[in-house]
Design a protein around this ligand. Structure first.
Ligand code: NDP
Length: 246
């Protein structure tokens, strides 16, 4: 039997890149998606495949577009013949108080975070159903559970992901496809780099472990839920947040 294959959306930076690296370290072949022209594909492949013993396919495409997702999945199947794990990680923020939030900023965040998750999952499950095995891990956020001032669009998208994850866990369990969500707290990446030191200090004071998390700490949880080590957990939300939400 060939190597297992993990498909990670938004794998060019931050949490997604660490998730891809973790699966590669565990000898999965990797498909990473990204959207911007800034990505140096050769460098990314090298970074992900540090052991040099797995294959990495980088696919550029916007997850908000259904037919693009269909094509990216086809490309992955053509190269590797299977997708065993799908990690819906691509995500953006466009924060503002609701009073000032533009309609387009609401739509954009819902489209990338929630509709993107639908687009990818819908295209992958037919393959997983045929092989009667699969793991789906969706990246939500603690604010999808708790809400957050200035993030009505983002929190709604991340809460939506939780409802989606639980629904498909029920639909797909009979085919041995397990679907779970990971809800990170505040993790050091480009997304949180924009926060001021004052905001970061105030966030840290609300975290029992008193510090922001690292992408690798999220990747460890995603790997566990997405790997064959997980055979009996489905429809769950695992917080990786230093104890912020209990
Ligand atoms: P980054 O901003 O560091 O990276 C975002 C990734 O998503 C990049 O790879 C980017 O690709 C990709 N991406 C963005 N838009 C699209 C799109 N339309 N189609 C395909 N790919 C896209 O984010 P993080 O690593 O911080 O976040 C990863 C996930 O974790 C997100 O879902 C985020 O909401 C969630 N999260 C993050 C937290 C944090 O504190 N950082 C906390 C809770 C949840 P490119 O490089 O090409 O732009």
């Amino acid at each position: 039997m060939g190597r297992k294959v993990a498909f990670i959306t938004g794998g060019s930076r931050g949490i997604g890149k660490e998730i891809a690296r973790k699966f590669a370290q565990n000898e999965y072949n990797i498909v990473v998606n990204y959207v911007s022209d800034k990505t140096d594909v050769a460098e990314l492949e090298k970074e992900l495949n540090q052991n040099g013993n797995v294959e990495v396919l980088c696919v550029k495409g916007d997850v908000t577009d259904f037919s693009t997702c269909e094509q990216m999945v086809k490309d992955a199947i053509e190269k590797f013949g299977t997708i065993d794990v799908l990690v819906n990680n691509a995500g953006i923020t466009k924060d503002n108080l609701l009073m000032r939030m533009k309609e387009e900023d609401f739509d954009k965040v819902i489209n990338v975070n929630l509709k993107g998750t639908f687009n990818m999952t819908k295209n992958v499950i037919s393959y997983m159903m045929k092989q009667r095995n699969g793991r789906i891990v969706n990246i939500s956020s603690v604010v999808g559970v708790s809400g957050n001032s200035g993030q009505a669009n983002y929190s709604a998208s991340k809460a939506g992901i939780i409802g989606f994850t639980k629904s498909i866990a029920k639909e797909l369990a009979s085919r041995n496809i397990l679907s779970n969500a990971v809800a990170p707290g505040f993790i050091e990446t480009d997304m949180t780099d924009v926060l001021s030191d004052t905001v970061k200090e105030s966030i840290n004071s609300q975290i029992p472990l008193r510090k922001m998390g690292k992408a690798e700490q999220v990747a460890n949880a995603v790997y566990f839920l997405g790997s064959e080590e997980n055979t009996y957990i489905t429809g769950q939300v695992l917080n990786v947040d230093g104890g912020m939400i209990m």
